[in-house]
Write a protein that binds this ligand. Structure first.
Ligand SMILES: Cc1cc2nc3c(=O)[nH]c(=O)nc-3n(C[C@H](O)[C@H](O)[C@H](O)COP(=O)(O)OP(=O)(O)OC[C@H]3O[C@@H](n4cnc5c(N)ncnc54)[C@H](O)[C@@H]3O)c2cc1C
Length: 364
């Protein structure tokens, strides 16, 4: 059948747009992805031992946007889940983000809420202006906590010193004077009951949507033009890297199944800021609630090369992105949306929201 739209990338951005264009406007959509599966980085599946895992690292759904939650609820039921993280420092596990319990355990104190606030006030190194991630952390928790929880983790994760990264990276991590040990505090925190992939299957289950996997945009591009293209891949690749490559941080995921192990660790994710080449270990059964005699974990090793995962938030990269963005604005018949096309650190809900906005715009 002839198609009204070509959509490149079957992650959140591409799949939400495909669903909206097909279901709301009765458009015929060809959705391609160069990978062998739908779901983009949120793809999950059952490993060889039958444990549900996230191939590209842990994906925890959280949002304050009711519209996004209601929209996705059409395609999945949810399992309530609040993510918790511990950070290992000198062999001991502490709540992370840093809260009052972290301080009390680490320094052998018995601070109450006001005491914790006074503690931070005493140790912080005021910075003005707050430009870098180093400024953010020193300004709020001071040097010792910075060195124990942030400095080496950041160096591993980004291959850069916190002083070389924009403030926004560290500003995402709160510091608390209460004992709330949830990683996120959003209104809606839940995991798709049967996984992300099942949710995407439901989203794309429409006669107007054809999904072709293992297909690269470069091949389709050569075959001919479409009236309209939605592109959710890396923006620099679309323009053949004509201004140079936008830097991305990549990861290597080391998945492991541990037979006859009901629980490997106390919470969903344990961070290792100072030891090991990996940054963190996630145990999936915490996230999914699956009952199984064994358990499956993933270790994340940051690296420079490989699949593009994290846009590197530095001023010069944003300037480079702006040059591509200016080209994108002149490109008629193409909509650029998603984490890679917008070169932005977006969570899943933000990508879904951006795709819903783009769909509305396309449909007038
Ligand atoms: C390790 C990790 C953990 C994360 N954890 C969370 C989390 O806990 N919570 C959260 O909300 N968000 C999380 N995210 C972010 C989340 O993955 C993204 O917000 C979301 O996947 C972005 O969706 P997208 O559609 O923009 O991009 P993607 O999911 O990357 O999808 C883009 C798709 O385009 C395809 N593509 C690219 N180029 C081409 C081409 N030339 N031809 C064909 N196909 C192409 C790719 O194969 C890919 O499948 C995490 C990300 C990572 C890397």
């Amino acid at each position: 059948m002839p198609f009204d739209y070509l959509i490149v990338g079957a992650g959140f951005a591409g799949s939400v747009l495909a669903e909206r264009l097909a279901r709301v406007a009765d458009k015929r959509v060809l959705l391609i992805d160069k990978r062998s599966h739908i779901g983009g980085n949120a793809y999950d599946h059952y490993d060889e031992s039958g444990v549900q895992v996230h191939r590209y690292g842990p994906h925890i759904f959280h949002t304050n946007a009711r519209e996004v939650f209601d929209y996705l609820s059409r395609f999945t039921e949810w399992r309530p889940y609040e993510h918790r993280v511990r950070g290992v420092v000198e062999g001991q596990e502490y709540p992370f983000p840093i809260n009052r319990d972290t301080l009390n355990q680490l320094y052998g104190l018995e601070l109450d809420e006001a005491g914790a606030a006074a503690f931070f006030e005493r140790v912080r190194e005021p910075r003005d202006p707050v430009r870098t991630s180093e400024d953010v952390v020193l300004n709020s928790v001071g040097r010792d906590l910075y060195e124990k929880f942030f400095l080496h983790y950041t160096r591993k994760q980004w291959g850069l010193d916190p002083s070389e990264l924009k403030a926004g990276v560290a500003a995402r991590i709160p510091v608390r004077t209460d004992t709330d040990d949830r990683y996120f505090t959003d209104t809606f925190q839940a995991m798709p009951q049967h996984g992300y992939t099942r949710m995407f299957e439901a989203m794309l289950d429409h006669p107007n949507i054809r999904v072709e996997l293992g297909v690269d945009f470069e091949d389709v591009r050569r075959r001919g033009t479409f009236a309209h293209t939605v592109y959710t891949g890396p923006i620099d690749a679309y323009f053949a890297h004509c201004h140079g490559r936008l830097p991305y941080r990549s990861l290597r995921f080391e998945h492991e199944h541990l037979p006859d192990t009901l629980r490997y660790q106390s919470v969903g994710t344990v961070n290792y800021p100072n030891d090991h080449a990996y940054t963190r270990i996630t145990e999936f059964k915490h996230l999914t609630g699956q009952q199984h005699a064994g358990t499956s974990i993933v270790r994340e090793y940051p690296q420079a090369d490989g699949d593009p995962y994290y846009p590197v938030p530095r001023t010069e990269n944003e300037l480079l992105f702006k040059r591509y963005e200016a080209m994108a604005e002149k490109e008629s018949g193409v909509t650029f949306v998603g984490r890679l096309a917008q070169y932005r650190y977006y969570n899943m809900d933000q990508v879904a929201a951006a795709a819903l906005v783009a769909a509305r715009r396309l449909l007038g």
